[in-house]
Structure formats: C-alpha cells, structure tokens
Design a protein around this ligand. Structure first.
Ligand SMILES: [Zn+2]
Length: 656
C-alpha cells in the first residue's frame, strides 16, 4: 500500500484533506494507528514525573491525537455525504472502538488526578480547564471501578445502536420511496421534475426526505398518491422504534449512574439552559398559542378544500390558501433563485457587505465528489482566512437535511486556519440550471451562518474552535444569517431571472414578505411536537421500559398538549435521526432556544442600520470570533448589551 495519506498532515493549502489520494482501505489502519498514538501520548501525560501544569496536561491533551483527529474528521464527513457499503461497514466496526478509546482517556485515573491539580490564572486557559473537568466528570471519571465498567458497556452499546439507527434510516429513504408506474399519478409536478424521477426500468421513484411533511405533498394533485406518500414517510424504518426505546432506556440508566435523575437533566446541565425546568418553562409558553394558531389554519384549509382534510392534505391546501390569500406561487419564484447566483450574489454578497470578506473559487482544489466546490475566503485586507467547501446536491448515499462541519479546525496552537463545509440536499436537475425553492435559499443562508462561525474563529485551542459551543447556542449565529435572505439590498442583488437577468418583480417580493408569517401555526406545532417527543423519551425514569413505542409516542404528545391529528411531529421516533443518531438527544429544544437569541440579534441589527460593515464587525468581534472560548451568554451580552428576552421571538412567530 502507498503511504497512508492520514499519517502526515496534508500538504495542500490550508491542510485541506487530500481527497484524491484517500481510498477506503486507508481508514481502518489510520484509525488504528491514530488511537494507538493518542493512547501513548495520554499515557506519557498521565505518567509524567513533572508537577502538573496547564501546559504539560491540558495543552498536551489538546496537542494529542493528530492522526486520529484528521482521520475521524474526514471519515465522518464522507460517511454523511458520500457513503458506500464499505464505509458503512467500517463505521459499524469503528464506532464502538472510538467509544472505547474516548472512555480509555476520560476514565484514566492518574490522568484525572493530574487534571484536578492543574491551576491557571489566564482566563482562556481557566475556561478550557473547567471544560475538561466537566467533560471528565460527565464521562464518569469520579465513578468506582465497577460503575465505570458498566458505563463503558452502556456507551458501547449506545454507539452501536446509534449507527444501526442511522444506517437503517438511510436505507429507508430508497426502500420506502414512492414508486409509481403511471406518470399521470405524478400530476402536479413539472416535466423536468418528473423526468428526474424516471428510472431505467420505466418506473418513477420519489425518494423520501428526512422529515414528515414531504415537499411533494404540496404539489401532487392525486389525493390517494398523497396519502401513500405520507404513509410511507411516517411508517419508514419501523424497526427503529425498538432501537429507539432501547436507547432511551440505556441513556436513562447512564444518567442515573452519573448522578442525574434523567437523561434530559444530564444533557442540559452543561448547556446554556442548565435545567430541565428552564426548558419546560420556555416550551410551556409556546404550546398553547401554537396549537391555537394551527387550529385556525386548519379551519381555513378545510374551507378551501370543501371537506375535512387529512394530514396528507395539509401541505396541498395550505399552498392553495397561500396562493389565494397572498397570490404567492412558490414555483413562480424559482427562476429567480439559481444556485450559483444565490451563492455568489446573495450568500457571499451579504458576507462581503457585513464583514468585508471575499471569495475566490479554487478549481485546483477538489472534494470527494465532482459536485463539490472549494472557495478561498480572504479578509478585507487580502489576508487569507480559510476555505469554504460546498456540496449542494442530494445523492442516494447522502444523509438527509443540511449541515455544516469543519474539515480543519482553526487554532493558534497548531497555527491552522479553518476549512469548513456546507452540505445541502438540493435535487440536481437532469439538465440545465439548478433553480432553488425559497426554503432552499433560506437553508443556504442558514448553513453559511454556521460556516461564518467556523471561519471567523480566533481561539488558541481546538477544543473550543468555531462552532464548538453548547448545542442550544450553536444554531443562533446560523439563524441570524437567515435575516439577509429577504433583506432588500441582498435580495435585489441575487434574485434575478436565470434567463433574462431581470430582477424579481417588486410585487413578488412583497408577496414573499407578506406570506412569511403564513403557516407558522403548522411549523411551530410540528417543531414543538418533535421537541416534546424528544423530551418525553429522555425524561424516562431509570428502569422504566417502553414495550410499545408507538403508543408511548402518542401518549407523550397527548400529555404535552400537542397531540393534533392534522400536524404530526416533524420527526416521528422511527426517523428522528437528530436524537437517535445525531447528538441532539434531549437537545432538539435547542433550535427554539437559540431562536430567542436570534430574534434579539435581528432586532439589534435592525435598530442599528442593518447591513453595514460596522454591524458586521461588532457581531464578528464579540460573538463569531470567540467560538467556545468564553461563556456563550457572556458573549451574547457583550454583543447585544443586555440579557435576552422571549418577546421578539413571540412577535416574529405571530404568537403574541
Ligand atoms: Zn443549523
């Protein structure tokens, strides 16, 4: 075998991973060598005869595990975006090993004894030291030997189940796809869409997207086809119900072992929310108004339909009501949302106006797939900032949704600049330009908000780089970036007809803005229902088991006051990847928690003149550049000048 590309740092600009040289057979040996290398480094730190200092203990831990870090970063990025049977096999094999590896570090008693003795005066070091202490305690460092053994077993089984959940879900997107033989059944889709669904065997296959309300439901005119699509969506991967119940029970047991009454209590303890009560108080203020709004919306839809509607009718008739009430036609906007223009003249343009940064495509630098592009980002004075990688298209081997991750973490410790990637799931047209929906445009701005958080990071240590902040804070900067989607100066710059270059007509823009509050009842209810479902699973008492997960799900929604037959949760248990394979267990509330900060910040930008360099610099300096190197709510206060309140959020969602 040629030299394994993970064994040495990449020699590409910004240490961009050398995708062209990476082959599947490199991963396992690199994981193995990486874990062995880091364990040896950790042993040396733990066994040192020097008195423990910040540098020979905490900073030394930050410096350890470079091969493993490079390997895992690339592997999990590619496993999410461009997987293969081989990668899925490696993932199954490696996930429990990585869990064992992380336990071997955090349950290392001599190491823990040294960490407890470290002292430092430096604020950034103190903050990181406290993070390490919390990480170790939360990982079980203070437990007895038999307790630690049980903990290791729990962690390994949870990691195995989580991989199984994700893989069966990925299979379900194709296995549970809607298949029709007669294209008439696809009436409502345009010709290009129908053509893109046609298979070699003459059938038409509409794959499932990751959430409940499939986009096709708003267009398909055949009511029975809509029903079939909906039932495929909510019924996919049925085996995952059992996995989920098992995982919830194991998490409750682990929480108890670590001294918490429930997994929810364990999870929020190191978030900005801190307590279960704080989260419930916030959700409690939203449920009633959201359900009342959705009920009102349902009445309008039934009137439009002329009969009592079913859940699979909601998106179709809400589109009709939207068109009637606002003359808003989603399809009429798409010619103004061409993918490249949206990025260059919209997403990038707004960032240039705010932060002075510029973007240059680097066709000489490649990704792991031909559809991936790489951009070099420079500061206003021309100095290099980092790389932005974009992978916009859906593929059968890509997981659903949209997300950002780092390919290289910024840190002064290693002198590394950030390389960040955004993944979207836009359908690639059979030919011609890629025209986005309004939602996809919003997603592009949202994910780029995460990218900015990664790109502007100016911290010493990789552990707190960029988006390494609590989950209930991480969505905040990305949500703020969505405010520029319809900002007049930005919209006028990118929303131009892909053929004629004509700007989007003013009346279409006005309708877009007027229609923004429409269907908020539905959106808030489907989100809150998923949040409360996540909460119910993770408030199980230790020892409590769930034999009938579907009945549990129904009862949980009923008890939370959000059981509304026409609006199911955005994710049901069986496809709730965020919480059963994605690190958001008892954390799905984070989106609305972050939105409180987001709504406050949008208000601040508006009060201060909007899209200006001065505003961008202030946000960048106080918030985006800090990563997780200071207390997040302190960073927020430094930016906003006060504590956050719920008022702006309620107003924005029409819930006052
Ligand atoms: Zn996000």
């Amino acid at each position: 075998m040629a030299e394994n590309p993970f064994f040495a740092p990449s020699d590409l600009p910004y240490e961009l991973p050398p995708f062209a040289a990476i082959r599947e057979e490199h991963y396992l040996p690199a994981f193995e060598r990486g874990m062995a290398e880091q364990l040896a480094e950790v042993e040396a730190i733990a066994g040192s005869s020097e008195p423990p200092t910040f540098d020979n203990t905490i900073a030394a831990l930050e410096r350890s595990g470079r091969i493993l870090d490079r390997t895992a970063t690339v592997f999990f990025s590619v496993a999410a975006s461009n997987t293969t049977d081989g990668i899925m096999e490696i993932e199954k094999q490696i996930s429990p090993q990585l869990t064992r590896h992380s336990d071997a570090i955090r349950l290392n008693r001599p190491l823990w004894a040294r960490i407890k003795q470290v002292a430092t005066e430096d604020p950034e070091e103190s903050w990181l030291l406290e993070k390490y202490r919390q990480d170790f305690i939360r990982a079980g460092a203070d437990l007895s030997e038999p307790e630690q053994e049980r903990l290791r077993a729990l962690n390994e089984e949870l990691s195995r189940l989580s991989t199984e959940f994700a893989q069966s879900l990925l299979k379900a997107t194709t296995e549970s796809a809607l298949v029709v033989t007669d294209p008439k059944e696809l009436d409502g889709f345009d010709e290009a869409k129908i053509a893109s669904l046609r298979q070699d065997d003459g059938t038409y296959v509409l794959p499932l997207l990751n959430f409940t309300a499939q986009p096709g439901l708003s267009q398909l005119t055949d009511r029975d086809v809509r029903r079939r699509l909906y039932e495929l969506s909510v019924g996919r991967a049925p085996g995952n119900f059992t996995l989920a119940a098992r995982m919830a029970a194991l998490r409750a047991e682990r929480a108890q072992l670590l001294g918490f009454p429930t997994h929810a209590a364990y999870t929020v303890a190191d978030q900005t929310a801190k307590t279960v009560e704080a989260v419930e108080e916030m959700l409690g203020q939203l449920v009633g108004p959201a359900v009342r709004n959705a009920e009102k919306e349902a009445e309008a839809l039934a009137e439009q339909a002329g009969f009592p509607i079913e859940p699979w009718d909601w998106p179709y008739y809400s589109e009709k009501v939207r068109q009637a009430r606002y003359e808003f036609d989603g399809a009429a906007m798409r010619p103004y949302f061409e993918l490249n223009r949206v990025y260059r003249d919209g997403v990038f343009f707004a960032a240039t106006k705010l932060y002075g940064i510029t973007f240059a495509e680097r066709p000489d630098l490649g990704g792991y797939h031909e559809d991936v592009s790489v951009f070099e980002v420079s500061d206003e004075d021309g100095s290099p900032l980092g790389l932005f990688v974009l992978d916009p298209y859906a593929r059968p081997n890509k997981r659903g949704g949209a997300w950002m991750n780092n390919l290289v973490d910024q840190s002064f410790l290693f002198g590394l600049k950030p390389v960040v990637i955004n993944n979207l799931n836009v359908t690639k047209p059979a030919s011609g330009p890629t025209l986005l929906t309004y939602d996809e445009v919003s997603t592009a701005f949202h994910e780029f908000g995460h990218a900015l958080h990664g790109l502007f990071s100016q911290v010493r240590f990789p552990r707190v780089s960029g988006t390494s902040v609590p989950r209930d804070f991480v969505e905040y900067p990305s949500q703020v970036n969505e405010m520029w989607v319809t900002w007049p100066e930005v919209l006028a710059n990118y929303a131009k007809h892909y053929e004629t270059g004509e700007p989007m007509p003013a009346e279409l823009v006005a309708k877009l803005e007027a229609a923004e509050k429409f269907n908020q009842g539905f959106q808030t209810v489907e989100y809150l229902a998923a949040t409360l479902l996540d909460w119910a699973w993770h408030k199980l008492a230790p020892g409590e088991t769930v034999d009938d997960p579907e009945a549990f799900e129904a009862a949980a929604l009923e008890a939370a006051g959000i059981a509304f037959a026409l609006v199911r949760p955005r994710y049901r248990t069986n496809y709730f990847a965020h919480i059963f394979s994605g690190g958001y267990a008892a954390g799905y509330y984070s989106y609305i928690w972050s939105e409180v900060l987001d709504a406050e910040s949008v208000e601040w930008f508006k009060e201060n003149g909007g899209l200006t360099r001065a505003n961008g610099d202030h946000f960048r300096r106080e918030l985006l550049s800090r990563g997780g190197s200071i207390d997040p709510l302190t960073a927020f206060r430094n930016f906003r000048g006060r504590e956050a309140g719920i008022g702006p959020l309620l107003a924005r969602r029409g819930l006052v």
